[in-house]
Design a binder for this molecule. Sequence first.
Ligand SMILES: C[S@@+](CC[C@H](N)C(=O)[O-])C[C@H]1O[C@@H](n2cnc3c(N)ncnc32)[C@H](O)[C@@H]1O
Length: 459
Amino acid sequence: MSKPPFKTKNKKTGPEPQETRDKPGFAARKVAADILGNVVHKKRPLDGELDVASGHSGFQALAGNDRALVRAIVGAALRHRGEIAEVLNRLLDRDIPEKTGRILDILHVAIAQMLFLDIPDRASVSLAVDHAGTDRRAKPYKGLVNGVLRRLGREHDEIVADLDPLLLNTPDWLMESWTTAYGAETARKIAAAHADGAALDLTVKSDPETWAERLDGQVVGFGSVRLPRKTVVETLEGFEAGDWWVQDAAAALPARLLGDISGKKVADLCAAPGGKTAQLAVAGAEVTAVDISSGRLKRLSQNMDRLGLSVVTVTSDLRSYEPEELFDAVLLDAPCSATGTIRRHPDVPWIKKPYDIEKLTEIQSSLLDRAIDWVKPGGMIIYCTCSLEAAEGEAQAGAFLARHEGKVALKPVAAAEIGGLDMCVTRDGYLRCLPGHPVTLDGETIGMDGFFAARFVRS
Ligand SMILES: C[S@@+](CC[C@H](N)C(=O)[O-])C[C@H]1O[C@@H](n2cnc3c(N)ncnc32)[C@H](O)[C@@H]1O
């Protein structure tokens, strides 16, 4: 039940005084609240906001250590968004009215620091109060920010008692979708994996064992090299030389389902930024990489240049694309909700809605229906998504088979083809990786992204 709103006068304020702006850490908190607001209210993807070349202008202007602080604060605020909202609910006896500027974002940013980051409460509270004081619509709530946060500092243990983080940090519709698809226990394991975050996985051109040794990592999944989480990619051995690229261990599996493609003509549909394109090219295929986004294809080309790989790129909407000749195989990594990547993209649960899944499943089926006619008889079609939603995976594949009965058949996946990862193969022969599936690094259990793939053969 909602509570009656606070009433305050809306006083106008000018820009924040110089001494506030100059306070250490103030700019980072302000940018963090701004980015959090852009993600949760304006549904802007977090990666875009945190891009040092094209992201949030305030973020771009920060020094390196402040940028790292913003990443940590916004990451914690999103990963624990449900818990923070519940803590606020317990602290407030009235609802904060809408249109109060950044007040809720300021509070979320401060609570994220107080509960989940190693930052003294004193600093988090004082900077949040300063921030409220400099925001035109938040200023009337400066006292409330101070009171609420100080109370959290004093009564922390009672206030956070009995929280269920896994349920709170997962929107109901997602928890229901995963419970229906995988059962309640697995749904909770998935939510737990999201709280843990992700390691850094690399796909190497060859010899994963040697690369694991050289980079102090471990071979996981099917030939991926896993490194500890906080690794700066660009400084690692082999980056400049193009010996490997970043790709989650689960994302590296679908392209392997094509088997020996040396010398074959393969279309990589929805290809950018090119993780799977690189795998196909390294396997010796003649690759045509198609994507609707010229910007993303530019990144794909840069990635292929670094890796010393040669592929043909085509900027086109697949709904109007007409290939010049048929392919031996196609891989369609369709646009999807990306709920399989929440470990690395904690914004996904808060920017995606059930309506998005409905729209995406329509696009996926229209792309599949076109791709089927671009492959030679006997050729393979791999359909994959980095989604946990059955509607974008198992149900989509089943509906495709039903629509094209006689024209296409399922070629079930065998665990032996993906390095014996039998937990990633369903009874129907689909590839289904879940973030709760255990893959270990130095005894620490870190899972992999959620991924789905189905393999079909054209008659
Ligand atoms: C999941 S990402 C692909 C990731 C890529 N396969 C990889 O492994 O690096 C989906 C891609 O689909 C592209 N896309 C979305 N709708 C499209 C369409 N109608 N036609 C072509 N590409 C599309 C997006 O631009 C995006 O690059």
